[in-house]
Design a protein around this ligand. Structure first.
Ligand code: SF4
Length: 340
């Protein structure tokens, strides 16, 4: 297998390809960031070097093996990794045409949230930072310029925090993609030590927490992470994070019929969140054939939102995007047989 260069900083590229001229590393990195897919395109590199690179290296370690686009502006791609495991990445386009890349951080996930298809896969392995960055490049090659990134694909980003932070640094550094940190969001199911790492190392990026319910007993049943990361400790960590970041935290609430869809559930979330500045994302749970839950009724969603409103908790009502592609929240999962 050839070593790949996408996602590597210039200094690592020159070390890997064994040349002395630092500026060549910068040139190569710039080409890859601009979207080059072959060394032949790199017209400011000497022909001999281009031939050497083509013979001995590749730009990507991964390959796009499928792509689907939904009419509600969602794109999903299947990506085969160097070891034949398969992951998914999603492109979301909002009503203003702004494109967001939803990236995976792991193959599968060990967190076991019972409402999530990825959770059903178990964890195969962590992705390295280059594999995370390649997802962005593949999505951009297919769908054009992308302004925002969310770590909300397969996996729990804060269980792979070193590689996620490395990828974020490449996305936001001037020598990398130069994106504003404000355009990057990390979503966690509530891994407290990871939240502390983010506070210390990347406080300006946005934080989203998949809260789902503020009832400790219910949360333990549907999100096992709660056993070691209690809601009280989670809130303390978020308060500390917010002191440093000064930014509003998004609370993601996938609403499931009979689990967390009542006014009382909304009231508990409002009480729990009262010491924080938050925006609650109310997301109707997306049905999945292998999971025995039901989606909430419109009536239940309306009264849930009304309760948040009554208690002056800002919220956004999310609609059912990406469903047709199994690209909606909690629906990413690759064929387990392919991955075994
Ligand atoms: S919701 Fe997130 S953390 Fe939970 S199992 Fe799914 S991917 Fe993992």
């Amino acid at each position: 297998m050839k070593n790949s260069l996408a996602g590597l900083p210039a200094e690592e590229i020159i070390k890997l390809i064994g040349i002395k001229e630092k500026y060549r590393g910068r040139q190569l990195s710039e080409w890859i960031i601009r979207g080059a897919v072959s060394f032949d395109e790199m017209s400011n590199l000497p022909a001999k070097l281009r031939t050497h690179l083509t013979e001995s290296f590749s730009i990507f370690s991964s390959t796009v093996i499928s792509s689907d686009t939904d009419n509600d502006s969602t794109g999903k791609i299947g990506i085969k990794l160097f070891d034949d495991l398969i992951i998914e990445a999603v492109l979301l386009k909002d009503e203003n045409g702004r494109k967001t890349a939803c990236l995976s951080s792991q193959v599968g996930c060990a967190m076991g949230c019972v409402f999530c298809r990825t959770g059903k896969m178990g964890l195969r392995r962590n992705l390295n930072s280059c594999e995370i960055i390649e997802q962005f490049l593949h999505l951009r090659n297919l769908y054009g310029d992308i302004s925002n990134i969310v770590f909300m694909g397969m996996g729990e980003p804060l269980k792979n925090v070193d590689e996620v932070l490395k990828a974020i640094s490449f996305f936001t550094n001037k020598e990398g993609f130069g994106m504003s940190q404000r355009r990057v969001t990390v979503s966690t199911c509530g891994v407290i030590d990871g939240i502390i790492r983010l506070k210390e190392e990347a406080p300006v990026i946005r934080l989203a927490v998949s809260l789902v319910t503020a009832d400790e007993e219910d949360r333990i049943k549907i999100m096992p992470v709660t056993r070691k990361n209690s809601l009280e400790n989670l809130k303390m960590a978020l308060i500390e994070h917010q002191k440093v970041s000064g930014r509003r935290i998004t609370l993601e609430c996938a609403i499931i019929k009979g689990i967390n869809d009542t006014q009382k559930d909304a009231a508990k979330i409002a009480d729990w969140a009262k010491d924080l500045s938050v925006n609650v994302n109310v997301i109707p749970w997306n049905p999945a054939s292998e999971i025995d839950f039901e989606e909430p009724s419109e009536k239940a969603l309306n009264s849930f939102c009304k309760e948040l409103e009554k208690r002056k908790i800002p919220y956004s009502r999310r609609y059912r995007r990406g469903r047709g592609l199994n690209a909606a929240c909690g629906q990413l999962a690759t064929n387990l047989k392919n991955n075994s």
